[in-house]
Write a protein that binds this ligand. Structure first.
Ligand SMILES: [Fe+2]
Length: 195
């Protein structure tokens, strides 16, 4: 028996074993954090600010590690591209009760969400459950009912998620005092051969 895939994979989860420079992110956040429309109940973000983390020296090795993973996703999605452009990156801070509201990333081809610090209890990531309405007529088990609008992905420190910018996602509220620190990058796959 072989499973037959007729839709592309949408979400990848890796773990960046070397880890991130937490002190650099904390320093950046101390200067740049502000309220943001997507952040709720105390969540803060550096979205839209200068000095994006993907350009920092301390993240050079991570960006080198990341590129082949981006290419795997773009290949899976049949993207026709000549260049990958990092259009923006930022960092969010979630303390107890804070969370990110459901949102998408506009015209962004691919989103990278890296977890610089994600202590146990700081909440998981959830994606919109696609195709949910297709099984409306079928009775389903309690854990996967038609009313389950979200699919949860467990998160720990140094996890790196890749997914398309159009896929609606949100975070669960943190239940603990220790902060969750995220590092998100927007990537566009562009075809310079097209005019
Ligand atoms: Fe997001």
């Amino acid at each position: 028996m072989n499973e037959v895939k007729i839709t592309p994979n949408l979400v990848w989860k890796y773990n960046y074993a070397p880890g991130f420079n937490v002190a650099e992110f904390l320093d950046y956040q101390s200067r740049e954090l502000q309220l943001n429309d997507t952040e709720a109940d105390g969540g803060m973000s550096t979205a839209g600010h200068l000095n994006p983390p993907h350009e920092w020296d301390c993240n050079k090795d991570f960006m080198t590690w990341l590129m082949p993973k981006i290419e795997i996703a773009l290949h899976e999605w049949d993207c026709n591209y000549t260049d990958v452009i990092y259009t923006s990156s930022w960092s969010n801070l979630h303390n107890k009760h804070a969370h990110t509201l459901p949102h998408e990333h506009g015209a962004t081809t691919l989103v990278v969400s890296a977890y610089v610090q994600a202590p146990i209890g700081s909440g998981n990531l959830e994606f919109e459950q696609l195709l949910r309405e297709r099984w409306i007529a079928t009775s389903r088990k309690p854990k996967a009912t038609i009313h389950d609008y979200w699919r949860e992905v467990s998160i720990e420190t140094n996890d790196v998620l890749l997914f398309p910018g159009w896929l609606t996602h949100k975070t669960q509220a943190s239940q603990i005092d220790k902060d969750r620190i995220t590092f998100t990058i927007n990537c566009n796959a562009i075809d310079r051969g097209r005019t």
